[in-house]
Ligand binder design. Structure first.
Ligand code: SAM
Length: 259
């Protein structure tokens, strides 16, 4: 089994709800530049419970979708909850597909959890046909801004990030995604930071970001020591109470790669 820095627990019902809600939100800013015609062969790497797979099919009806995940539990959940793809349990460092067998590869929020991102990116390039496009989204937790400042937020972010790094992940992977993609051999690479700004003029974005980060903290469970977890829960509760007059900003990274 691949060692992963996944710190948000097994896919129980709460975690599934969090991932489905996250996917709906993510699709609004990440998949706006994803296109695939009917019949296109699309691979979703690290598909989890298939939440983004469902969004891919909703936005691009008629694609022929395959979802891969290393976790048997996630694949079983995906098959039951989002039967929109052929789901395969496999390690993305050794994808069980022929060279050039996909027109598009999608991958969201996976590399942040792995010890070695490069072998996965090289495998994505191998299974993608040369004119195909890889569409990758990654986090950069250093970009989170909350105003007015929230006491204990910095320590909670630090304990979540430490837990992720201790299990081999990188909570700021987005900052080096473009360089990694080039190192994996892709020659045409477009990287963009998506500025998500939630304030009084963008109340829906604010509400969603607050709920997403509260959910992330609540899902840490056994990844944190008891004191750190108690603090994370206090911060999550405070985020859920925020509203008018507050600001929250976050900048994930989206990369399109081909060649
Ligand atoms: C945060 S989830 C993201 C799920 C989905 N992409 C989404 O956006 O909702 C990360 C997923 O990557 C999977 N994963 C981690 N390392 C992997 C590997 N080496 N091969 C395949 N899947 C992997 C985990 O099992 C987990 O389901």
């Amino acid at each position: 089994m691949a060692r992963t820095g996944y710190v948000h627990g097994e896919p129980d019902d709460d975690e599934v709800c969090r991932l489905v809600r996250q996917a709906r939100f993510v699709a609004t800013f990440s998949l706006d530049t994803f296109e695939a015609p009917p019949g296109a062969r699309v691979l979703d790497v690290g598909t989890g419970v298939g939440a983004m797979a469902a969004e891919l099919v909703r936005l691009c009806p008629g694609i022929v979708l395959t979802g891969v995940d290393v976790s048997r539990a996630q694949i079983e959940r995906a098959r039951a909850l989002h039967p929109v793809a052929t789901y395969v349990q496999a390690d993305a460092r050794a994808l069980p597909f022929d060279d050039a067998s996909f027109d598009r590869v999608h991958m969201s929020w996976v590399l942040e959890h792995v010890v070695e991102p490069l072998p996965i990116l090289r495998e994505i390039r191998r299974v993608l046909r040369r004119e195909g496009v890889a569409h990758l989204s990654e986090v950069d937790h250093d970009t989170l801004v909350v105003e007015p400042p929230l006491e204990e937020l910095a320590r909670t972010m630090a304990s979540m990030n430490d837990a992720q790094r201790a299990s081999g992940g990188d909570p700021c992977l987005g900052a080096r995604l473009e360089a990694l993609v080039r190192e994996a051999g892709f020659t045409r690479v477009e990287a963009r930071r998506v500025l998500l700004r939630g304030d009084d003029a963008h109340d829906d974005v604010r509400g969603e970001l607050l709920v997403q980060f509260a959910g992330l903290f609540e899902s840490l469970g056994e990844a944190l020591e008891a004191d750190d977890m108690a603090r994370a829960l206090r911060v999550a509760a405070a985020l859920r109470e925020r509203g008018a007059g507050s600001l929250v900003e976050y900048q994930p990274v989206v990369v399109h790669a081909s060649g």
